[in-house]
Design a protein around this ligand. Structure first.
Ligand SMILES: *Cc1c(COP(=O)(O)O)cnc(C)c1O
Length: 376
């Protein structure tokens, strides 16, 4: 059996170890230190944001983001339904209720028209919208400009979940620059990794300072341990921030490699009847995180599950598109506006091996297995 081909595995560059070694040599082996400070500055510069807090995960960044936007128990938070559960789980950590909104067909991301419907409905029911969470799915930005405008008109803060979209842009603006604050993830499967980590960015200096305060157990200034707020242990380790600094230096190469995979898949599979690709909007620059195909079983002659199983048999990992949050047992009973676009993407969509370290041989094998399933 050939070695497993992963959907998206870590791909280290040449400088990570240098920064990690520095942390060891200077004994900064703690959730603070020079790598943490530098990683924040370097990442913030990359996404053209003035302030950033390095955290232990993207989920932690979303959790603190919601708290800092003032989301309270009893609030409702509007979240894009087609996403990973980590976009929605933090809503429940702060005692709020998620309200799910369908995607627009052109980006598979939060549909601005449906967002308007959801905002009007929450208002009609006399509830407060604590925040809107917009997700940049599979490395493509949502129509965040329109979403930002709608949020401003309703005086509701926007939190951008850019966990999958580092390096992407929308109408020339970087992912992570929309809304009051934005979250990134550096989990092992993301476009760059710290093995596990996250970041909260904002234009608002006080918000980011507060994030650092809350993420280090909310210690009031005093020689002893004094607390007037509930805190969290959410800071990124200085060792892991060193990995992130090395990774950031190869981000552009990683984006180019991943984007080239999609170009290859399009060329090799695009003309097959029943095969489509996740739509890419001309308004954005996608970071290439994952290539997603859609499979119409009637026309192609096999379903996306048939393809997944055929690849799995050859030790190649592929995955169905995220199952929409409004279909998840854990969010049963939550409101949803629309849903057909997200449901169709889940039903037909399959993520193909997309790692920046995916070899041409493995890419060729993937394509020939899929081609062999096509109706002749
Ligand atoms: C990965 C991911 C997260 C969570 O990030 P972690 O670092 O794994 O906690 C949140 N939202 C989306 C859309 C993600 O893909």
């Amino acid at each position: 059996m050939p070695a497993r081909v992963y959907l998206s595995s870590p791909h280290l560059g040449s400088e990570e170890q240098k920064f990690v070694q520095e942390a060891f040599q200077t004994n900064w082996v703690a959730p603070l230190g020079p790598n943490v400070d530098a990683f924040e500055k370097e990442l913030a510069a990359r996404v053209q944001m003035p302030h950033a807090a390095a955290l232990s995960s993207g989920t932690a960044a979303l959790h603190l983001g919601l708290l800092l936007l003032g989301v309270k128990p009893g609030d409702e938070v509007i979240v894009s339904s087609l996403t990973f559960s980590a976009s929605a789980n933090p809503v429940t950590y702060v005692g709020a209720t998620p309200v799910f909104v369908d995607s627009q067909a052109s980006t598979w991301n939060l549909d601005p028209a449906r967002l308007e419907e959801a905002l009007a409905d929450v208002k009609r029911r006399g509830k407060r919208v604590g925040a809107v969470v917009s997700v940049d799915l599979y490395g493509q930005c949502a129509d965040n400009e329109a979403i930002e405008r709608i949020c401003a008109a309703h005086d509701v803060p926007l939190l951008e979940d850019a966990a999958e979209a580092l390096g992407a842009t929308w109408k020339g603006r970087p992912a992570g620059s929309f809304g009051r604050c934005a979250a990134f993830s550096f989990n092992g499967n993301k476009i760059i990794t710290t093995s596990g980590g996250g970041l909260l960015v904002s234009q608002d200096k006080a918000l980011i300072e507060r994030a650092r305060f809350l993420s280090t157990q909310a210690r009031d200034p005093a020689p002893h341990y004094e607390h007037s707020t509930i805190g969290f242990n959410y800071r990124l380790s200085n060792v892991l921030a060193g990995i992130g600094r090395g990774q950031l230096r190869v981000l552009d190469q990683r984006i180019a490699a991943r984007r080239s995979h999609r170009a290859f898949y399009e060329q090799a599979l695009g003309e097959l009847d029943g095969i489509g690709f996740m739509p890419l909007s001309p308004h954005g620059e996608w970071n290439g995180w994952l290539t997603v195909i859609t499979v119409d079983p009637a026309r192609f002659g096999a379903s996306r599950e048939d393809i997944r199983l055929a690849l799995e048999k050859e030790n190649i990992e592929s995955r169905p598109v995220w199952k929409p949050m409004h279909l998840q047992p854990v969010f049963k009973g939550c409101r949803v506006f629309g849903g057909a676009v997200a449901e169709r993407a889940f039903e037909l969509g399959l993520c193909l091996p997309s790692g920046s370290n995916l070899s041409e041989v493995d890419r060729d094998r993937t394509v020939s297995i899929i081609r062999a399933l096509a109706r002749r």
